[in-house]
Each structure stands twice: as C-alpha cells, then as structure tokens.
Design a protein around this ligand. Structure first.
Ligand code: FAD
Ligand code: NAD
Length: 473
C-alpha cells in the first residue's frame, strides 16, 4: 500500500493503548492509508501491571508488539515510533519527534492527515505538589513497574545491611502508597503478598519491620465501588496489616518523607510527617501536554478541563475530521480500559461505515448516469439503485456511542478480589477468594493474544511453585 494510494484518504492514529488498538483491531484498513504513531511500539495490558511490580508476572507477558498486531490487517499500515508533540488542526498535520536513545539524521518531522484519531491517554496527576516528580514512583508504564520492582528489593537489602540503625530500618521498610483508587489499592495488595509469601521467608530478620501504608485524601478508598465492597476492602487490609490513612492529603514530598494534612474526626486539620523507603504515587490522571496544547487552540474546548470534549460520535468539539478515544477524551465516562476499548470499537465501525457510504454513493451516482445512457435495461438498473440506496440508509443510520458498563474488578491481596458486576439486569457486589478466581479468569481471557494468555498463566504457575524472583536488576 505504500507509497500511499492517492485515491484513499490518509488516516493517522495516535497511540497504541486500549482505545487506539481496539480501533485498529476492528478497522478495515483497506479503505484508508493508515499511519499509526506512538511513543511505544507495543500495547500494554494495564490491568495486570500492578502484578509486574513484584515479579508475580513478568513484564513481557503483558506486552504485545504493535507490529505483530498490524501484520494481520487486510491492508498494510505504517507505524512510526515517535511522540506527537503538536497537532495543527487547521493545517491538518501532526508534528512528531523521535525521543528514543538512538536517533538518525532526522528526528523531527510532520505527518499530514485527512482524518485523525487521538488516543494518547493521560499522564500522572501530581497537582503540582512539590517533590512528587523527583522522589516518587508512578505506576502507569512498564518502566514504572520495573523501577518499583528494583526499588522494593533495594530498600529491603539496604535495610538488611550490617549495622543499619533501627530508625533507618523502619524508614527503609516503610512502603507508602498515595492514592486509594484501584491502582493504589491493587499495588498495596500485591506488595503485601510479595512480602508475606517471599521476602519474609528469605530475610526473616526484617519481617517485623516491614510496613505498607495507603494514604487517601477522601474518607474512604475505592470510591467507585459499592459501600459493602469498600468496607470489605478496608477490613481485608486490616487483616493484611496494610494501614489505611484516610482524610489525609499529601502536600509535600522530600527524598525521605511525605508531609500530609490530616483532617481529624472533629474537623480540625493537623500536619504529619511520614518517613518512607519507597513511595508510589497513584493519584489518577492529568491531561498530556500535546492534548493541552491542542485544547488551548480550539475555542470550543475552552471550558474543558479533563481532556478533549467530544460529541456522541467522538468527534473533537470545534474541529473537523478529528476524533478522540480513551483517557484523553471527555465523553462523560470514567477513564478506564473498558470505556477506551468500547470507544475504539465504536469508532472503527463508524469509519468502516463512512468508507462504505462513500462507495455506495459513488455506485449510485455511476448507476444513475448509466440509466440515461442505456434505457434498455432501465428496470434492472433502477432495482440495483434501490437496493444500494436501501443499504446506504441502513449504514447511515449509525447510533451515537453508548457505553455499556460490564462492572468493576480489583485485586486486594491475599488472593482476594472485589467485583461490582452487571448481573441479570441488576448489579452483583462480591468479594473474596472466589471473586479472585473470577478476577483471574476474566483478565486471562481479556489478554490481548493467546501468547500473552499462555505467558501470564505460566507466570502465575511459576510464582506459585518457585516463589517470586527477588534478584534486584
Ligand atoms: P493508554 O492505554 O494509556 O494508551 C495511550 C497510548 O498513547 C500509549 O500507547 C502511549 O505510548 C501513547 N502516547 C502517549 N503520548 C503520546 C504522544 N504524545 N504521541 C504519541 N503517542 C503517545 N482500566 C480498567 O478498565 N480496568 C482495569 O483493571 C484497569 N487497571 C489499570 C491498572 C493500572 C496500573 C493503570 C495505570 C490503569 C488501569 N486501568 C484499568 C485504566 C486503563 O489502563 C486506562 O483507562 C486505559 O489505558 C486508557 O486507554 P487509552 O487508550 O486512552 O490510553
Ligand atoms: P483514581 O483517580 O481512581 O484515584 C486516585 C485517588 O487519589 C483518589 O481517590 C484521590 O482522592 C486520591 N488523591 C489525590 N490526590 C491526593 C493527595 N494529595 N493525597 C492523598 N490522596 C490523594 O486513580 P487511579 O487509581 O490511578 O485510577 C485511574 C483510572 O484508572 C480510574 O478511572 C480507575 O477506575 C482506572 N483503574 C481501574 C482499575 C480496575 O478497574 N481494577 C485499576 C486501576 C485503574
């Protein structure tokens, strides 16, 4: 297909996350000259990312190379590993930069498009709190999980160092997680499992000093789950010796401490200083710079704060030929993989339909012209036109995007999970070991490829038999 077919429009897709990959999976690529641009050349199955921080799952098991995904498409798709730094929606070009370690003579250029799908996700929110970027670990990308895994073992080995002071041992073994959303909760659960099942056995002398604390600004963790499951999570954490500090808002971070404002039962506020060895920051999403820049240049986006405001067909408000999916789009839903992938699938259908509409319109046009030339078989041609018009009406009648919520799931440690799932026209809230088996089977079935599924299952078996690998890379 390359050089591009001049008869076809150029469709540029930004990102290789949940939204863009769901879009590419269902898109009939033979209708467009498709170009994918992303700063990572793989899809990442984020729901199992917290398990990578402890080595329960090896990181490559949840990565799927994008070139492998694109290889199976009907028509060739071009992929550029690059960061989109600016979208000029008036000139219809995307500026891209190669930020990788190895660069050639050209590392910056422009890619023109006829149609653009933005699926660049979101970045980590820090709310401008001093010290967060410098001293804490995030949990969004593979490199974050790898950094956490290394740091956990570094803290443990440093705590076990000869003649380490007791005060320093306590600090080094204090693992602090900020943010009681599902990312923070799942990570805290995985961390406690790692310690109880593996580290404790190998370095028993530090066992009594290991501590996990989860800090949350709101009165409870997991606000998107039902009250019953919030209570269940909090009581399970108590059993697991994970301390939850609610109504505690972190205001400043230093290299060894977090400073937080605590609201007491009487409403009075006080400051506390908490020493830590490892700090994981999981306070949700913020808008990426490339999206922020685009929003600032579109007058219709001036009131949007959390991302690109889109209409019910996912068209970016105030633009033409630009669509957005996933965490970078504001369509009135939570920023989850479930939403992003449903949006991607919807948009692919829309694009397939648009291409089909054009083909049918051309066909009707040609047939109508032929009708005047060959009056002999007019009845036959008229029938063909009618059938094409009927098909066209059906295709054009595409309903707006509507999200269908299948439920929420979260792992909470000790082989227990919580689930709020849609069930027989109602809702089922459940937590415990059986829910954990359900959680595992759902995520195993959702893995991108059979290869991923096999690797994840093997990692689980390996960790069960041999324990997690505690070597520090
Ligand atoms: P992403 O999946 O983040 O993909 C964005 C893509 O854009 C990436 O390929 C990135 O490399 C690329 N990109 C970024 N910037 C640029 C740029 N400037 N130029 C080009 N490319 C760029 N949701 C659930 O529903 N269930 C779960 O169990 C769940 N678990 C999660 C666990 C963790 C640890 C995390 C962090 C999130 C989890 N989520 C879960 C949320 C879910 O991962 C996100 O909502 C989802 O990834 C959003 O999809 P997206 O396509 O918008 O963005
Ligand atoms: P989140 O936005 O869900 O939660 C962040 C939490 O951090 C909030 O509860 C907030 O009150 C707290 N917070 C913010 N600033 C703080 C501060 N200074 N001090 C203390 N607490 C502070 O973020 P998340 O957990 O990263 O999730 C992001 C998105 O991804 C959500 O939509 C979530 O549903 C989705 N996700 C889903 C799953 C799952 O379904 N299992 C797992 C991970 C993420």
């Amino acid at each position: 297909q390359f050089p591009p077919d001049p008869q076809k429009k150029t469709l540029v897709v930004l990102g290789t996350g949940w939204g863009s990959v769901a879009f590419l999976k269902k898109l009939d690529t033979s209708n467009y000259n498709v170009i994918v641009i992303s700063n990572r050349n793989y899809f990442l199955f984020t729901p199992l990312l917290p398990s990578c921080t402890t080595g329960q799952i090896e990181h490559r098991s949840i990565m799927e190379p994008v070139r492998q995904i694109l290889r199976h498409k009907k028509a060739a798709v071009r992929f550029y590993e690059a960061e989109a730094t600016q979208i000029d929606y008036e000139r219809k070009v995307v500026k891209i930069t190669d930020n990788s370690d190895i660069q050639g003579d050209v590392s910056e250029t422009e890619v023109p498009y006829d149609m653009l799908v933005i699926g660049v996700g979101a970045e980590n929110a820090t709310f401008g709190i001093p010290g967060v970027r410098e001293h804490s670990c995030f949990l969004k990308e593979i490199r974050d999980a790898q950094a956490i895994r290394t740091k956990i073992m570094d803290c443990v080995e440093t705590a076990a160092f000869k003649d380490q002071t007791q005060e320093e041992v306590d600090r080094l073994l204090h693992m602090v997680v900020v943010g009681g959303g599902p990312t923070g909760v799942e990570f805290a659960g995985e961390l406690r499992d790692f310690f109880d099942e593996d580290i404790k056995k190998l370095i028993p002398e530090i066992a009594p000093r290991f501590k996990v604390t989860l800090i949350e600004a709101l009165p409870n963790v997991l606000p998107m789950f039902s009250k019953q499951l919030i209570d269940y999570t909090e009581s399970t954490f108590k059993e697991e010796h994970i301390e939850i500090k609610t109504k505690t808002m972190v205001k400043r971070v230093t290299d060894k401490t977090v400073e937080a404002e605590v609201t007491g039962p009487d409403g009075k506020k006080s400051m506390v200083t908490i020493p830590y060895g490892l700090l994981v920051w999981a306070t949700g999403n913020a808008v990426r710079p490339v999206v922020k820049d685009l929003m600032s240049r579109i007058p219709a986006q001036k009131d949007s704060r959390r991302g690109l405001a889109v209409n019910e067909y996912l068209v970016v408000q105030g633009t033409r030929d630009v669509w957005a999916v996933g965490d970078c789009a504001v369509a009135g839903y939570a920023p989850t993989a479930q939403v992003a992938s449903q949006e991607g699938t919807f948009l692919a259908k829309l694009f397939n339909n648009m291409a089909m509409t054009e083909t049918l319109e051309n066909k009707i046009h040609e047939l109508s012209a032929g009708l005047n030339l060959k009056p002999g078989n007019a009845a036959e041609v008229a029938q063909e036109i009618e059938s094409a018009e009927k098909q066209l009406r059906r295709i054009k009648d595409i309903k707006p995007f509507q999200y269908s919520h299948q439920g929420s799931l979260a792992y909470i440690g000790s082989e227990k999970a919580v689930a709020d799932v849609a069930w027989l026209n109602g809702n089922l809230a459940t937590g415990g070991k059986l829910t954990y088996l359900f959680w595992r089977s759902i995520y195993l079935s959702m893995c991108f490829s059979t290869r991923n599924r096999v690797l994840v299952a093997m990692d689980w078996i390996k960790a069960k038999i041999y324990g997690r690998d505690v070597s520090r890379e």
